[in-house]
Design a protein around this ligand. Structure first.
Ligand code: ATP
Ligand code: MG
Length: 569
């Protein structure tokens, strides 16, 4: 390929609308262009990389027993009504009507479509399991499409669905998919963690998200280097870490005038914040008052609180605090007014000496002891885990990171098959709903995540496996016959070795060439300069390390070919 023919309109300046490195660099390198909010054209360089990601995905899916097919993007709304999702999916679902005013949706995901497809045709347990996948554009009318390919409205997804006869079989397919997904991340050069998104009743996980580690990620994670545990900070739990407050083991009431925040109370007692107790007064979804107690240095986790107190619980208003006899800033577990449920964070269970509000204006207790001074109605997991908390499995301190969700595997069970009446005959001839799994890879998001992980101030640094071209050749003065000759020869040798080469044959200043090639991120760059050619050498640059070395013209092609081939995955 010649750069003079390549359609890659580069930008010198950083585009104002791009906050993330991946968005900014892909615009600047002439890889993507916005059509409208969340709608992008993939220009030739991006498309080459995307096809490589797709091929890696295909390869892994096929190896794990998947079969590729292609379903329509536009789907009859009727099947979404059958599953019950038409009314609950929300405004992300693109709803359209045809000329006969029949309703359709643009598929944001295809559980309904695929279940409708196999229904009445996949009939017997003998045909199972079946694992079908497609690579296709998806539509989600995202509230805030942003960050370029990271959160688009139209984006490329690999979506796969398995139909299994038994839970054991579903588990097997799910485990295979999980492994395939780990392989996909690895082969695309992504550093990613499998994060448990949801732990099922059957024990073990029923959903895992693969999170590419990146500061720009929307998800906050904690993970354990010692044992491999990783979780979304919303879902993470921690081990009991006993934190004691000040005192001599007896209950003491202390005058703390005007000290209503954890910080003030901790400073007053000259004690770390985790020795204090934070009390949150709330009204659960049934309207009952609850006081939740957490360690002073942790927050009540919204997601966990919703599970315990119902979706729609709320913190008490000033009027409600007054109505239930609670003193704002001085709430605690001891002497709690009658009728208020007391729920304490489970990490505090073994702690015998709490500094906490005294349920009296301007007073706190120290040395409050559960079982002696008060009796919680329940011990529950209430807090948002933070970096430094002990790992729930092995106790080592958890590290914090941010992540981009690039893919997810999910055990759906009979949710869709039951709703849509998709059944098979089991060994005893009994009709049963299929057990399903669904498995999604964000193909275009994976491209963006890769740029987030692989770039520097000069541009993108593609891993060889998904680079649009593996090697670029830069004849600095293509008008010199000898330079052109060496360029043609190296191109031919590299092509012969099966290497993807782009030649920057443009008649422009060397500085601009260097900058563009770095911006576009080709992993290896061969520079043909006047002086080197005289000595029979060219300069070989490794984009990732920035290292340059002079290599003999006769040797450079085989050297680069070896380097590239060893890094293909
Ligand atoms: P998110 O929480 O980021 O909105 P999701 O969990 O709703 O994603 P899934 O339904 O699990 O997404 O879709 C499978 C994969 O598709 C995701 O793991 C992600 O990589 C990708 N994806 C989802 N939404 C978008 C989007 N708006 N733009 C680009 N990729 C997306
Ligand atoms: Mg997801």
């Amino acid at each position: 390929m010649k750069m003079s023919n390549l359609y890659a309109p580069t930008l010198k300046e950083d585009p104002a609308e791009a906050e993330l490195a991946s968005h900014r660099l892909m615009l600047r390198a002439g890889m993507i262009r916005k059509q409208a909010a969340g709608l992008y054209s993939y220009l030739p360089l991006a498309w080459r990389s995307l096809r490589k990601i797709e091929d890696i995905v295909r390869d892994e899916m096929d190896a794990a027993g998947g079969q590729e097919l292609l379903m329509p993007i536009m789907v009859d709304a009727q099947v979404w009504r059958e599953s019950g999702r038409y009314n609950v999916y929300g405004p992300e679902l693109m709803r359209i009507s045809d000329r006969h005013e029949r309703e359709f949706v643009l598929g944001p995901t295809h559980e309904e479509t695929v279940t409708d497809l196999i229904k009445n045709e996949l009939k017997s347990y003998k045909q199972l399991p079946v694992n079908l996948y497609q690579i296709q554009d998806k539509f989600r009318d995202e509230m805030r499409p942003r960050f370029g390919l990271m959160r688009g409205r139209e984006f490329i997804m690999k979506d796969g669905y398995s139909f299994n006869a038994t839970q054991e079989s579903l588990q097997e397919t799910y485990d295979d998919m999980k492994q395939a997904y780990a392989n996909i991340c690895e082969r695309c050069g992504l550093k990613a963690l499998p994060v448990v998104a949801d732990s099922g009743q059957i024990g073990g996980d029923t959903s895992v998200e693969f999170m590419a580690l990146a500061d720009a990620g929307e998800a906050a994670l904690v993970y354990c280097d010692a044992c491999g545990y990783a979780a979304d900070d919303e879902a993470a739990s921690t081990q009991v870490a006993v934190t004691e407050g000040p005192g001599d083991g007896t209950l003491q009431k202390v005058h703390t005038p005007g000290l209503t925040t954890i910080k003030e109370v901790a400073e007053f007692f000259e004690f770390p914040e985790n020795g204090t107790r934070k009390a949150l007064a709330l009204i659960d979804v049934e309207g009952n008052p609850v006081v939740a107690i957490v360690p002073g240095d942790h927050e009540l986790n919204d997601c966990k609180a919703e599970h315990l107190f119902g979706e729609g619980f709320h913190l008490m208003t000033d009027e409600e605090l007054e109505q239930y006899g609670l003193c704002k800033g001085f709430i605690g577990p001891v002497n709690l007014p009658e009728g208020i449920r007391l729920v304490c964070d489970v990490t505090l269970r073994d702690s015998k000496q709490w500094a906490c509000g005294a349920n009296e204006v301007d007073y706190h207790f120290t040395g409050a002891c559960p079982g002696r001074d008060f009796e919680p109605d329940a011990w529950e997991d209430l807090i948002t885990v933070v970096a430094g908390d002990p790992c729930p499995h092995c106790g080592a301190p958890l590290a914090g990171a941010r992540g981009i969700e690039v893919s997810q595997v999910f055990q759906l069970g009979p949710k869709y098959s039951e709703a849509m009446g998709a059944t098979f005959a089991d060994e005893n001839g009994e009709e049963k709903p299929f057990l399903m799994g669904c498995y999604g890879v964000g193909v275009s998001r994976t491209l963006a995540a890769s740029v987030e992980q692989h770039h520097d101030e000069n541009g993108i640094i593609w891993p060889v496996s998904i680079a649009p071209y593996e090697v670029s050749i830069m004849p600095l003065d293509p008008t010199i016959p000898e330079c052109a000759e060496v360029c043609d020869r190296l191109t031919a040798e590299l092509c012969e070795a099966g290497i993807e080469v782009i030649v920057d044959d443009r008649d422009i200043r060397p500085g601009v060439k260097f900058a563009d090639n770095d911006l576009m991120g080709f992993p290896y760059q061969i520079v043909l300069g006047k002086r080197g050619l005289k000595n029979g050498t060219v300069e070989l640059k490794d984009r990732a390390t920035g290292e340059r070395e002079d290599v003999a013209i006769d040797e450079v092609a085989s050297k680069v070919a070896d380097l590239v081939i060893s890094q293909r995955r």
